[in-house]
Design a protein around this ligand. Structure first.
Ligand code: TMP
Length: 407
């Protein structure tokens, strides 16, 4: 189900092995959640669960990239993926912003490839605006079907140097929240070389680790997120490739993300990025250790609020069956005794169970109908949108990040 990961996928630290004379020491272990179920393994009663795998973060002694100590088989993680991008207004607003930014940045705008194109929503914003030729690529069969039915031609499969079926060179290549899911970054970069030309623009959006550390959002650590990207690590990665960092832009989506624009080294466009931006990040070992301490504190706080409420006979539920909800539920050891259900607007998740805790996932209409005493907003990154939508809820919200608090 999973394999150990011991060398840095950005700078190659410890590639030649560990422990023998003259060879590298292991990467620093900075955060651990023990054995955890797969965060998006939402299954019905009859379906088999994928099982558990260790969840711990290592930091590279050389470039500082934080990465998981194991790699779960991507076939298990992605063949039927329940995360759908088009189900949130916050996300659609973000797409409107990045579409304009990408159009402004690109020097050629006829063809675009999106790697990890999900249900084709972002590409539908770009189709004929002004891109005449749009192509998606995603490993999840259920999502490719949705995209193709909307007229967004989508190749179903992982994007690898061998298997991209999209080898025609594109003016723009987009990969949003994809690199953190990929094990072999060198192969990914070779794939990018095949699908780009001299003036192509590559737009890589990733959750930014600094935001995650500042916000205390340790719940973004789960098996799909193999790495926690820094600008410094990206700079190390591109050194041996045909690309350089052209520019970095920061966005608030998903609790803080960066768009890293890459251009080929032979590009005629002068880079805006200065290496000082990467240097300014510093080396993150202590910050990651601090996140581990903060995690223990936050788990204790949420457990105390929930168990006190339950002891007083109050009903507690969750909202947003995000991957983050699975991390919280299992880290706190919650079961149906503490959390009656978790509401979610994704049809694929409804009538399934939260991985590990087996708490039922119900439709988002249940909150207004059922009126529990407390509702934990596990999709805290969408809290303003959710609170507005659920204005008829008369109980209290519990928001767990950046601090566990009752609203
Ligand atoms: P995410 O934080 O990983 O994007 O997941 C958010 C989850 O919350 C996703 O399963 C969809 C769900 N959700 C709702 O149920 N209602 C909403 O209004 C929003 C914004 C999200």
């Amino acid at each position: 189900m999973y394999k150990p990961h011991t060398h840095c996928r950005a700078c190659g630290y410890a590639k030649r092995g560990l422990g023998k004379a003259g060879e590298a020491k292991p990467m620093h272990k900075v955060l651990s959640l023990g054995l955890q179920p797969l965060a998006n393994d939402f299954r019905t009663e009859l379906e088999e669960r994928a099982g558990h795998a260790p969840l711990e973060v290592l930091v590279c002694p050389n470039c500082g990239l934080a990465q998981l100590s194991v790699v779960v088989d991507p076939k298990i993680l992605y063949s039927n993926y329940s995360y759908i991008t088009s189900h949130s207004k916050t996300m659609l607003d973000h797409f409107n912003v990045i579409v304009e930014d990408i159009k402004r940045e690109a020097t050629a705008t006829r063809s675009v490839l999106e790697i990890g194109s999900n249900d084709g929503t972002l590409l539908s914003f770009l189709k004929n605006n002004p891109f005449e030729e749009v192509l998606g690529c995603d490993p999840a069969e259920n999502l490719c079907k949705i995209a193709n039915s909307k007229g967004i031609v989508t190749f179903c499969g992982m994007f690898t140097a061998e298997n991209c079926d999209c080898q025609k060179q594109k003016d723009v290549v987009i990969a949003r929240h994809v690199m953190c899911h990929i094990d072999d970054w060198q192969d990914f970069m070779r794939g990018l070389e095949r699908v780009t030309h001299k003036e192509s623009l590559v737009c890589i959006e990733v959750p930014y680790y600094k935001d995650m550390l500042e916000r205390g959002s340790w719940d973004q650590v789960y098996h799909e997120h193999l790495s926690y990207m820094s600008i410094n690590a990206m700079d190390w990665l591109v050194r041996e490739t045909a690309f350089h960092i052209h520019k970095v832009t920061h966005y608030p989506i998903h609790g803080g993300s960066v768009m890293i624009y890459l251009r080929r080294n032979e590009s005629s466009v002068k880079p805006v990025f200065k290496y000082a931006e990467a240097l300014a990040e510093g080396y993150p070992l202590e910050e990651w250790k601090e996140l581990d301490r903060r995690k223990a504190e936050m788990i204790g706080q949420l457990r105390l609020i929930v168990t006190t409420a339950v002891t007083e006979g109050k009903r507690v539920v969750g909202y947003g069956a995000s991957a983050k909800s699975t991390v919280w539920m299992n880290a706190c050891g919650f079961t149906k005794r503490e959390i009656a259900w978790i509401a979610d607007n994704t049809p694929q998740k409804q009538n399934t169970f939260s991985p590990g805790s087996d708490v039922p996932i119900v439709t988002d209409k249940t909150l207004a109908f059922d009126q529990p005493d407390y509702c934990i907003c596990f999709a805290w990154n969408f809290f303003p949108e959710i609170q507005k939508k659920e204005a008829n809820f008369k109980g209290k919200w519990i928001v767990p990040v950046p601090e566990v608090h009752i609203v």
